[in-house]
Design a protein. Structure first.
Lengths: 179, 210
C-alpha cells in the first residue's frame, strides 16, 4: 500500500529525504502544468515552479497534516502566483504557443489541421479566462481539488468557486464547439 | 459545478493540450535542495539530561538571584532620599522635576540659584546636602545617570527647606527688594519655625523692618 502524501511530508520533515523524492514524483507534472498554464511562459513557469518547491522545503518543519497535502501545496503555489500577478501584468501568449501546445500525430493532414485548430481555440480560450476562473479550472483539472478545497486554497467562498468553474467550463466548451 | 457532460468534454480537450512536465535539470535542482535541507536539521529543543541536567535549575536560580540583587540595589538607592526628606517636604515637586522634559524645564531654571547660598552654610541641611551630593557621585560612578541627576536637585530642596541661614538670606533679599510685607511674614514664620535660633546681630539688621 502506498504511503499517503501527508505521511510522506511528515517523514520528510523528520529528515527522510527519500520521502520527498516520492512526494515530488507524484506532484511534479500536475503542479508544473498548473503553473505553466497560469502564467503561459515556460521560463517564468520554471522559475515559479522551483520557488513553490523551495517554499515547501523551507516550510517542512511547520507542516501540520490538518488538510490534504495537495491543498497545502497548491495554497503555496496560489500565493506565489498572486505575488507574481501583483508584480507583473498578465501577458497572453500568442497563437504560436497555442499551436505548439496543440501539436500531435494524426494520419490525415486535413483532420490533423482541423484538430490542431480546435486545440488552438481551446488553448486561447483557456488563456483568455480571467485569473480566478482559470486558476479554479486548473486546480480542478490538475490537482483534482473539489470546489471546497479550491475555496480553501484561494481564500474564496465555495459558491464563488463553483460559479467560476461553471463560467470557465462554459467558455471553454463554447470555444470547443465553435468551429 | 458545471454540467457533467460539458465538464467531461472540456476535461478531455484540456488533456489534449499535452502532459507537459518540468525539465529533468529542474527536477534535479529541486531534489538536491530537498536532500541538502534534510541533512541540516535544527537543534533539538530537549532538556539536558545526565551530567548536564543541573543546567536549567542553576540558570533559573542565577536569574532569580540577579533579579533580587537588582531590586535590592534600587531600593537601597531610593530609601535615603525618602528618609532625608521631612514629612512636610513636597515630594510631588521632585516628581515633577524628574518628569519634566530635559529640553525645556522652565520651572527648574529659577530654582537652582535659590539653593546656591545653602552650600557653604553650616547647619542641619548641610550634611543632608552633602549626603545627597555623595549619593549623586556614587550613582554616577555606578552608571546610574538618572539617579545622579536627581540627587543634586533633592539636595537643593533640602537646603531650601531646612537651612535657617538660607531662609534668613531669602528674607534679607525680600527686604532689599522692598517687599516688606512679604519679608515680615517670612520672618514671622521663621521665628515660629526656629524659636531657639539666635539671629546674629548683623543679620537681624538686614531682615527686620526699619
Amino acid at each position: 500500500m502506498e504511503a499517503a502524501d501527508e505521511a510522506l511530508m511528515a517523514a520528510y520533515s523528520g529528515g527522510d529525504a527519500a520521502a520527498f523524492d516520492v512526494l515530488y514524483a507524484r506532484h511534479r507534472g500536475a503542479l508544473f502544468r498548473f503553473v505553466l498554464r497560469a502564467v503561459k511562459s515556460r521560463a517564468l513557469a520554471e522559475e515559479l515552479y522551483q520557488d513553490v518547491w523551495i517554499r515547501v522545503i523551507e516550510a517542512r518543519h511547520g507542516y501540520a497534516p490538518t488538510a490534504r497535502f495537495a491543498t497545502w501545496l497548491y495554497t503555496i503555489a496560489h500565493h506565489r502566483l498572486v505575488d507574481h500577478w501583483r508584480r507583473h501584468e498578465l501577458v497572453l501568449a500568442g497563437e504560436e504557443q497555442a499551436a505548439e501546445l496543440a501539436a500531435g500525430p494524426a494520419s490525415d493532414p486535413a483532420r490533423r489541421a482541423e484538430a490542431r485548430e480546435a486545440l488552438e481555440r481551446f488553448a486561447r480560450a483557456l488563456e483568455a479566462l480571467p485569473h480566478a476562473q482559470r486558476e479554479a479550472f486548473l486546480l480542478h483539472q490538475e490537482a483534482g481539488l473539489t470546489a471546497l478545497e479550491i475555496a480553501a486554497v484561494t481564500g474564496s467562498e465555495t459558491e464563488a468557486v463553483k460559479s467560476r468553474l461553471r463560467y470557465a467550463v462554459a467558455k471553454l466548451k463554447a470555444a470547443t464547439d465553435h468551429g | 459545478m458545471a454540467d457533467h457532460d460539458d465538464d467531461l468534454e472540456v476535461s478531455r480537450r484540456y488533456r489534449e493540450l499535452g502532459p507537459e512536465e518540468p525539465p529533468p535539470a529542474l527536477d534535479a535542482r529541486i531534489l538536491a535542495e530537498a536532500r541538502r535541507a534534510a541533512q541540516t536539521r535544527p537543534a533539538p529543543l530537549v532538556p539536558p539530561t545526565g551530567r548536564r541536567r543541573w543546567y536549567f535549575p542553576v540558570a533559573a536560580a542565577a536569574v532569580i538571584v540577579l533579579a533580587v540583587a537588582v531590586t535590592a540595589q534600587i531600593e537601597r538607592e531610593q530609601r535615603p532620599d525618602a528618609e532625608a526628606l521631612p514629612p512636610s517636604a513636597p515630594p510631588v515637586e521632585t516628581k515633577k522635576e524628574s518628569a519634566a522634559p530635559p529640553a525645556a524645564p522652565p520651572k527648574l531654571a529659577p530654582r537652582r540659584p535659590a539653593a546656591k547660598p545653602a552650600e557653604p552654610q553650616p547647619g542641619p541641611a548641610a550634611p543632608a546636602a552633602e549626603m545627597a551630593d555623595k549619593r549623586a557621585a556614587d550613582a554616577a560612578a555606578a552608571g546610574a545617570p538618572a539617579a545622579a541627576a536627581r540627587a543634586p536637585m533633592q539636595a537643593s530642596n533640602l537646603a531650601k527647606v531646612q537651612s535657617p541661614e538660607a531662609e534668613l538670606e531669602r528674607i534679607a533679599q525680600l527686604r532689599r527688594d522692598g517687599k516688606d510685607d512679604e519679608a515680615d511674614a517670612a520672618l514671622k514664620e521663621f521665628r515660629r519655625r526656629y524659636p531657639d535660633f539666635k539671629i546674629p546681630e548683623e543679620m537681624l539688621r538686614r531682615v527686620e523692618r526699619r
